[in-house]
Design a protein around this ligand. Structure first.
Ligand SMILES: NC(=O)c1ccc[n+]([C@@H]2O[C@H](COP(=O)([O-])OP(=O)(O)OC[C@H]3O[C@@H](n4cnc5c(N)ncnc54)[C@H](O)[C@@H]3O)[C@@H](O)[C@H]2O)c1
Length: 334
């Protein structure tokens, strides 16, 4: 049976990933979408041949028979819309950052659990071949125990990604800046590949270059549950952008540099750097294909609400650490 998808919000992430990638999945149809900006909605409707568009998710839920939704609105609407969708009996794929408070993250998880539906957080970097291989290398134990992790993700800022998305740069609409936007990707990579949980965070956030009221740069130090230490940097002023995650292990270093050359290299003492061969594609093809597979096969996604929630919680706690000038204990999720 065809799986009927509704899309909440038709901004850049819908245009660049959700709409084109759902088209590649067999037995799936985007039957409807909504966005308060009807001009933008009509543009996307024409481009992707979306049968029906609405102004709000309430209107869409009232008029459509759906099985699942993608929640692709600005961060501050994720919790309300994901919860409403779960209560409406729908599977939910929600964009990162999952939500803007721990309370909301927990409420989203509880709502999907009560509905018995899939809740997946769209941490798309988990679906890169280099990330798949990096996790395999670390989890195999061949480099020994991970002792420290250094993570950095920076680019020029969301104004280059979505020129219309001015809300990203405003505290009252976005709550936070680069840490919430892309720091959440980096911490998710560090956690997913290492399989460790962050228990404490201490951070500094700064507005170093842009005339905005959310941070354009942030650094955090982390303690993981087994004592592993880490640093996390996030920037909206890196041009060209870079994304590098280094795992310093007992027997060598795994260097995942997604921005340059061979993205995955193992370095050992007194040996030539050893590039790790990568598959052309991740076995799951795309986050949307994996979301559909989880629905059809009754699987719990590896980036479920608890997992996406844990990465999101770390960056939420980093902002609290900076504001209150203290080390913050990271609450457990799930
Ligand atoms: N996974 C990723 O790598 C990735 C990349 C970019 C953006 N995102 C996330 O996707 C979300 C959207 O980002 P974007 O770049 O598409 O932003 P955008 O500014 O390009 O688009 C946002 C859209 O949401 C619409 N909107 C505003 N209020 C709404 C509401 N109440 N209900 C429904 N729609 C509403 C706007 O009209 C606009 O069309 C953000 O949370 C962002 O962090 C994720």
């Amino acid at each position: 049976m065809t799986l009927r998808i509704g899309i909440i919000a038709l901004g850049k992430i819908s245009e660049r990933t959700h709409l084109p990638l759902y088209k590649e999945v067999k037995g799936v149809e985007v039957v409807a979408a909504c966005d308060p900006d009807q001009e933008r909605a009509r543009l996307m409707q024409d481009q992707f041949k979306i049968p029906r568009i609405y102004k709000s998710y309430q209107e869409m839920f009232k008029n459509e028979e759906l099985d699942a939704v993608s929640v692709n609105s600005p961060h501050r609407f994720h919790a309300e819309q994901a919860i409403a969708a779960a209560k409406h009996g729908l599977h939910v794929l929600v964009e990162k950052p999952m939500a803007l408070s721990v309370k909301d993250i927990r409420a989203m998880i509880a709502a999907s659990k009560k509905a018995g539906k899939v809740l997946m957080v769209e941490q798309f970097m988990r679906f890169l071949p280099a990330v798949y291989k990096a996790r395999e290398v670390i989890q195999s134990g061949k480099l020994g125990k991970v002792l420290t992790i250094r993570g950095h993700f920076g680019h020029a800022g969301p104004e280059y990604w979505s020129p219309e998305g001015k809300w990203f740069l405003q505290k009252k609409e976005a709550q936070g800046g680069t840490m919430l936007d892309i720091g959440v990707h980096e911490i998710d990579l560090m956690r997913y590949i290492s399989g460790k949980q962050v228990v404490q965070v201490s951070a500094f956030l700064g507005i170093l270059r842009k005339k905005i009221d959310v941070e354009d740069n942030a650094v955090a130090v982390l303690r993981f549950d087994d004592g592993t230490l880490g640093t996390l940097e996030s920037s909206w002023t890196n041009n060209p952008g870079s994304c590098r995650t280094e795992f310093y292990c007992e027997k060598g270093i795994l260097d995942m540099n997604l921005s340059f050359g061979d993205p995955l290299v193992i370095r050992r003492p007194e040996k030539e750097p050893q590039p790790v061969p990568l598959p052309k594609k991740h076995p799951e093809k795309s986050p949307m294909a994996y979301f559909v597979k989880c629905i059809r096969e009754g699987l719990v996604p590896h980036c479920n609400g608890a997992e996406g929630g844990r990465s999101c919680t770390v960056v939420l706690m980093a902002a609290i650490s900076d504001k209150e000038k203290r080390i913050v204990k990271v609450p457990e999720i799930g």
